[in-house]
Write a protein that binds this ligand. Structure first.
Ligand code: FES
Ligand SMILES: [Fe+2]
Length: 371
């Protein structure tokens, strides 16, 4: 049963940190862990949902732990990984990958190690070259599916993670929003007068929100990477499919032609109430173009988004009544509704959270299963 203490941070839409602790979030790339300390096994400090955690590879096992030594509360990530243990830098206590304290150097062999001398651990797994952590394992949530990663026809490149001064919710909403294209991305992904977008049917099932968008005339002067311009100053953005795995993962799939498809995967990890770190990949069908072109396009788009998204007041989504929504904001409205339902479910307990996660609502008649 999740409980609120009244002191914990409040996240988007007044939801609780306790709710998002039930979900998996990447906290570092595997490369970042490898580079953190000589030997390549960490420890590496990270922050998730306001909590300082550490990750390390101990005895061949990837572990995540509260970054706090049970002796005097020092950050364990100041210490180092040994073949079979994690050593604290303060007084040298050493913890095994099962959380037990194996050695207290100041004790003689006949003096017992207190049973409470333990490392507090969390669920930890490597997937897609990222280190994923779940702080609360009382509900059997899963690591989000990354469709392109499992698609043999796609080549996926990991982008540089970026930390923005906005909540995960603000980052997610920016990603799922198309009506900002002609303004924030004027000349890159769109331009006036092409500003009107339909409210596409949104389907909710299997923990995902999905919707499809039509071809869209987007001005993109001088760049024919994604096909011949419709006129000298424009290209057509092809049909797209958005797949959101609640709460904070999103995939955007573009089908440019029978033989050319691209896909962007992003997970916005909640560092704290007002900060998110996004892990992302850009994927494309083999050998159509160089990796660099896809990374450059994303860099350009992110550079255009940043000043806008970093300027939100407040930096997390507050009371929806303090903002004005319109019809084409539909995807964000659906996402907000589900986020609030997940939070309400989590407060009632694991079974209610499971129920909230598995609810179904199909708007589109021809909804295709996500594959
Ligand atoms: S604080 Fe870690 S060994 Fe003393
Ligand atoms: Fe954008």
């Amino acid at each position: 049963m999740t409980t609120q203490t009244g002191n914990e941070p409040v996240y988007d839409l007044n939801t609780s940190a306790a709710t998002w602790r039930h979900f998996w979030h990447p906290v570092a790339t595997l490369d970042e862990l490898r580079a953190a300390k000589p030997g390549g096994r960490g420890p590496l400090q990270s922050k998730l949902l306001g909590e300082m955690i550490g990750i390390a590879e101990i005895g061949g096992k990837l572990i995540a732990f509260e970054d706090r030594c049970s002796h005097r509360g020092v950050a364990l990530t100041l210490g180092w990984a040994e073949d079979d243990g994690l050593r604290c830098k303060y007084h040298g206590w050493c913890y095994g990958n099962d959380g037990s304290c194996k050695e207290v150097p100041s004790l003689t062999p006949d003096q017992p190690i207190p049973a409470r001398a333990r490392l507090k651990q969390y669920d930890c797994e490597e997937r897609y070259g990222l280190v994923w952590v779940r702080l609360d394992s009382s509900v059997d949530t899963k690591i989000p599916d990354f469709l392109g990663w499992n698609d043999d026809t796609m080549h996926c490149i990991m982008g540089e993670p970026y930390q923005w001064p906005c909540s995960s919710g603000r980052r997610m909403e920016n990603f799922m929003d198309v009506t900002h294209f002609p303004f924030t991305h004027w000349g890159t992904l769109g331009a006036p007068p092409n500003t009107v977008f339909p409210a596409y049917p949104v389907d909710q099932k299997n923990g995902t929100l999905t919707w499809k968008t039509d071809t869209y005339l987007a001005h993109n002067p001088g760049d024919d990477t994604y096909g011949p311009p419709a006129d000298e100053n424009a290209v057509m953005l092809p049909p797209a499919e958005y797949v959101i795995e609640v709460p904070f993962s999103i995939i955007l799939k573009f089908t440019w032609s029978d033989s050319f498809a691209t896909q962007i995967f992003m997970h916005a990890t909640p560092i704290d109430e007002y900060t998110s770190r996004s892990y992302w990949f850009t994927c494309h069908t083999h050998d159509q173009s160089s990796d660099q072109i896809h990374l450059q396009l994303q860099d350009m788009v992110l550079g255009e988004d940043y000043p806008v998204v970093a300027s939100h007041t407040p930096a997390r989504i507050g009371d929806p009544r303090d903002e004005v929504s319109v019809f084409p904001d539909k995807p964000t409205i659906f996402w907000r509704r589900w986020i609030r339902e997940l939070d309400a479910g989590a407060k009632r307990g694991p079974e209610a959270l499971r129920e909230a996660l598995n609810q179904v609502s199909i708007e589109s008649e021809d909804a295709q299963p996500v594959s």
